[in-house]
Design a protein around this ligand. Sequence first.
Ligand SMILES: [Mg+2]
Length: 206
Amino acid sequence: MQNREFILGVDVDDVIMNYTAGLRRFVAESKNIPEDSIPDPDSWNFSNWPFSDRDDFLKYHTGAVDAGMFETAPVMPGASEVLWRLNDLGIYIRIVTACFVGKGRHALAGSSRFLWLDKENIPFKDICFIPTKTDVYADLWIDDSPKHIEAFNEAGLDVIVFDALYNRHVTGTARVKSWYEAEDIIVDRFVIWEEKYDSLRSTSME
Ligand SMILES: [Mg+2]
């Protein structure tokens, strides 16, 4: 049996980066309306925002990415300090993002992700840009997307749901409202995994 690390799969948008705040700022400026007139999204299509339909939402999403949103959106409180503590504990941090962008925008979307991760001092060992997250491995996931959370559940994988209005209908291993809440759960899971792993390893060496 090979020695390996406990892998935490970490989503970006609305988990470590406040995507909603970044998009809200762009939409408010574009439409010349106050930011506080735009509510927290209650569905994955932002149907309670001033968009005519999903295509209109996607148009604003692309416009915001082009305007540098992925470099300027705020970080979620505690994300950097908690991830550093988890990293220093020996947890392998894998960033996994679907990062949907259009043709010809991969360099912009990818490079702005890296710039932002460095700017906000987010530790990670590797990063995957992939829409089907269950195709890569992690011992524990943290995500806000109902679609990804359901896919993790179907695959029998542990997922911490990062709470949002639009994901209240799905459940996971746990639900958290902040990185400080997530930290305790991740550390507990890591300790249990290490104990199991150590006992498996010692059994296999007998
Ligand atoms: Mg997300």
